[in-house]
Write a protein of this length. Structure first.
Length: 389
């Protein structure tokens, strides 16, 4: 008799993780001395954790004090430091009791979704979107409601778009800057959406993991500035360069604090103690982190100049994050195949658009430019040579 397989086993793949595996295999197959694979497939900063964060972790380990469970919502000192970050960065006062330290943003999303929504609820989001939004919701029995966005809306949802929804969704996910397009909502647009959600009983989930990484437009926190009912997700992975430490946080409305705490106690117990120690110290590493950001800025400028000359001349407005969302419809109508051939032919790993938009992503791909600057700037020349073969 065949054993039952649970619905969780039907979760769609996060295809960029498959690209990582393919890029690793390609890199291993190259002969010694070959230029190597340009890793532009994943949003993982080429620099590791800031030195001050590493040193704090080393000191904690050398002290021989136990790195045990913390409270489910994390170390009190880290939560207080995150609260101070909202005062320093956004000019708003946030109670540390509303902050939950999580196992990365990836651990924050299921906590938020389970606390705020029920099975069968529809949660709206722009398409293209970060794949785990929809994949996690689907696994939990919720229904992603995709809002088709394009260059005309700067790949962001609009208030007019939301006002046409009937019936209204239970929730809305926004990201500014967003992944994969790197576009941002203007502060007045974000404010209008946040207030509309609050007034209409639509729970807003604001993904703010790319805050600190914007190029000319200041990022606002929707919950901190515009709405008391919104949920904010943030992480130490992107600006703070701490992907592998698996540490993030939620800023919660008061009505969800205890429900999320109970879920966290049962699902995760707590985020890793040593990662929390390092994360708290990372807030004092601004000079190093801003130097990293300057490197992304230079890589972005070089790519925006060089990619059009290589044939990639349809690029979304890259206001923030560290991605370029490219329309390759004039080159291919199969982004999965195109990215596979680009990996083999140009030794460049990039993410196929179908991961981010199941309906229209076949004609898009995403380049990440947060790797080593000296490597990122090589991409246009390699692509130009490959496409001319």
């Amino acid at each position: 008799m065949a054993l039952k397989i649970g619905r969780g086993a039907e979760a769609p793949p996060f295809l960029v993780m498959d690209v990582i595996a393919a890029a690793n295999a390609r890199a291993a197959s190259l002969p010694a001395g070959a230029p190597g694979v340009l890793r532009m497939e994943v949003g993982q900063p080429g620099n590791g954790a800031p030195r001050g964060a590493e040193e704090a972790a080393i000191r904690a380990l050398q002290s021989r004090r136990p790195m045990g469970y913390t409270e489910a919502f994390g170390l009190a000192s880290l939560r207080a430091r995150i609260a101070r970050h909202y005062q320093d960065s956004y000019g708003v006062t946030v109670a540390p009791a509303r902050i939950a330290v999580t196992v990365g943003a990836s651990g924050a999303f299921p906590l938020a979704f389970l606390a705020a929504f029920d099975v069968g609820d529809r949660i709206a989001m722009a398409a293209p979107f970060y794949p785990p939004y929809a994949n996690i919701l689907t696994t939990l029995g919720m229904v992603p409601q995709l809002l088709a966005c394009d260059a005309g809306t700067r790949f962001q949802p609009t208030l007019a778009m939301l006002e046409k929804l009937d019936p209204l969704p239970a929730g809305l996910i926004v990201a500014s800057p967003c992944n994969p397009a790197g576009t941002m909502l203007a502060p007045e647009e974000l404010a209008a959406i946040a207030r509309w959600c609050h007034a209409n009983g639509v729970r807003l989930v604001s993904d703010e993991i790319y805050h600190g990484l914007s190029w000319g437009t200041v990022a606002e926190s929707s919950a901190a500035a515009f709405s008391d009912s919104a949920i904010v997700v943030n992480s130490f992975s992107k600006y703070f360069c701490m992907t592998g430490w698996r540490i993030g946080w939620l800023l919660l409305p008061e009505d969800l604090c205890r429900p999320v705490e109970c879920l966290a106690q049962n699902l995760f117990i707590s985020a890793p103690h040593i990662a929390q120690v390092a994360a708290e110290a990372a807030f004092d590493c601004t000079a190093e982190l801003e130097a990293n950001k300057d490197g992304y800025r230079r890589a972005r400028a070089a790519l925006l100049e060089g990619l059009p000359q290589a044939g990639f001349d349809r690029i979304a407005a890259a206001d923030g994050a560290f991605y370029l969302w490219c329309d390759i419809g004039h080159l291919s109508n199969d982004s999965l195949d195109f990215c596979a051939r680009m990996l083999e032919g140009a030794d460049i790993a990039a993410s196929a658009g179908v991961d981010f938009d199941r309906e229209r992503g076949h004609r898009f791909l995403r380049f990440s430019y947060c790797g080593a600057e000296a490597e990122m700037v090589q991409a246009p020349a390699r692509l130009k040579a490959w496409l001319r073969r």
